[in-house]
Design a protein. Structure first.
Length: 451
């Protein structure tokens, strides 16, 4: 590897070696055999330690929605670190966490204005599931213990999120720890009906009716909540079919089941509206978020709940006692809260969601121009997210996409792959010229892996 520029500060020097860090969701042996590093970032670009520019086609990990190195966020963190490094939020508080919650409650879809802070999307998913259980118990329906997820869903890696999640590889190693009382709706991936759809696919609204079957099987009185990603991201960008979420909402209402939207990826402008709930005009009872909340500069997640849920849980506890036995040491950490306030401010001032919506048509044309390239079997898009599905190499699933990923990186573009699906989700500050560049590099990489 080339020499690092000499930079002061922890983590800016040459790594001693690559062994100590057990890397998450990584083929550690393959990576450590030929490591690729990102040392710096600004705007739409990462820079390798050698100073090579890499266009960020994935907003980091679907999270740096306002672009890298935002001054407002950085300054808010530094200011806050000088003022108050930490204060507990158990039976105490600090001004910035209350401000962050109020600002966020103005930004979330109307009605979802009570905020519980976590440190990640995984914690937000578990928190949402626990709130759903606590709510039903508070209403005198403690028998509602079942949690319904969906095949191919990703709700993080905690035992709760994993159990309602539906990605086989994420569950198999830990089968012994899966929660009881869960079940799953069918996924909505149907390329045989919907391949190369632009925006929401036409076919598949009826897949939501599987909730009827689960109710018939288990009894509505045993079901607490349904949790879905309004647009399933991590599994490879599955856009909800037209009418699907509407039907899910109607069925949840019919059976008294809470509807949870996991908006960890779709929140903060990704689909051309502040939240997917805004884009689709459907309000869940509980909404989880993370990633874009602080523009990823400090870890933070949050759960927004309808006021009625909050008030019901509070009212069920005797006055003066703790109402929800749940929380994290760092729930509403001052640095994260300060970063969130700054990030929300950027979204509001720069109208990033509207910007994404305005660019959607251009982005859509660009990604669909990849149709016809070797092995491209589906392309789907909404807002500033797209999935490009490749035919796997016979007997060697994922290999083709991984090689495309490496080719893109080496040519100066960061993409994301799951299985043989490529995901693009650039920061919302992306310009048309960046989109053109992404398509140029990606198209060359796909062609180069044609065999
Ligand atoms: C929809 C969804 N939920 C939850 C998570 C987990 O978030 P985290 O990695 O911050 O725990 C993710 C992460 O990608 C996600 O996409």
């Amino acid at each position: 590897m080339a020499d690092y520029p000499s930079m002061e500060g922890v983590g800016m020097g040459r790594p001693n070696d690559f062994e100590a860090f057990w890397m998450p969701f990584t083929a550690n042996r393959a990576y450590k055999g030929s490591p690729r590093l990102l040392a710096r970032a600004e705007g739409m670009f990462y820079y390798t330690p050698e100073g090579r520019e890499v266009l960020d086609g994935t907003a980091g990990l679907w999270c740096v929605n306002a672009g890298h190195g935002r001054r407002e966020v950085r300054e808010a963190i530094v200011r806050q670190a000088g003022l108050l490094d930490f204060a507990p939020t158990f039976q105490l508080g600090h001004p910035v966490v209350f401000e962050a919650a109020s600002r966020l409650a103005e930004f979330t879809p109307p009605g979802l204005d009570r905020i519980f802070f976590t440190n990640s999307g995984s914690e937000a998913a578990d928190t949402a599931l626990k709130i759903a259980l606590a709510y039903h118990r508070a209403r005198g329906e403690a028998g509602r213990v079942r949690l319904i997820g969906r095949e191919r869903a990703y709700h993080g890696v905690s035992f709760g999120g994993m159990s309602v999640g539906g990605i086989g590889n994420n569950r198999k190693q830990f089968t012994a720890g899966l929660l009881p009382f869960t079940d799953h709706l069918p996924h909505t991936h149907a390329p045989e009906h919907n391949a190369f759809s632009r925006g929401q696919p036409e076919w598949g609204a009826h897949l939501a009716d599987a909730l009827d079957s689960l109710v018939a099987l288990h009894g509505a009185e045993t079901i607490a909540a349904v949790i879905v990603e309004p647009m399933a991201g991590s599994t490879g960008v599955l856009i909800p079919p037209k009418g699907y979420l509407e039907r899910l909402r109607a069925l949840c209402d019919k059976y008294g089941i809470l509807l949870i939207f996991d908006e960890v990826i779709t929140g903060f402008g990704r689909l051309g509206a502040p939240f997917a709930a805004d884009r689709f005009g459907i309000t869940p009872d509980i909404l989880t978020m993370a990633k874009g909340l602080t523009n990823a500069a400090v870890p933070m997640g949050a759960v927004a709940v309808k006021r009625e849920i909050y008030e019901t849980v509070l009212a069920a506890a005797p006055p003066g006692t703790i109402e929800l036995f749940h929380g994290y040491t760092y729930s509403g950490h001052p640095l994260a809260a300060a970063a969130a306030i700054a990030a929300i401010g950027i979204h509001q001032r720069e109208r990033l969601a509207e910007r994404a919506r305005a660019l959607e048509a251009y982005f859509e044309e660009a990604v669909h121009s990849l149709k016809g390239l070797p092995n491209v079997i589906d392309i789907r898009n909404l807002g500033l997210v797209a999935g490009i599905e490749l035919a796997p190499r016979p007997g060697r699933p994922t290999e083709r996409a991984v090689r495309v990923f490496h080719r893109c990186f080496d040519a100066g573009l960061l993409i994301r792959t799951t299985g043989d699906i490529i995901a693009l989700s650039p920061p919302l500050i992306v310009e048309r010229a960046h989109i053109d560049r992404m398509i140029e590099i990606l198209s060359a990489a796909i062609r180069a892996e044609a065999d």
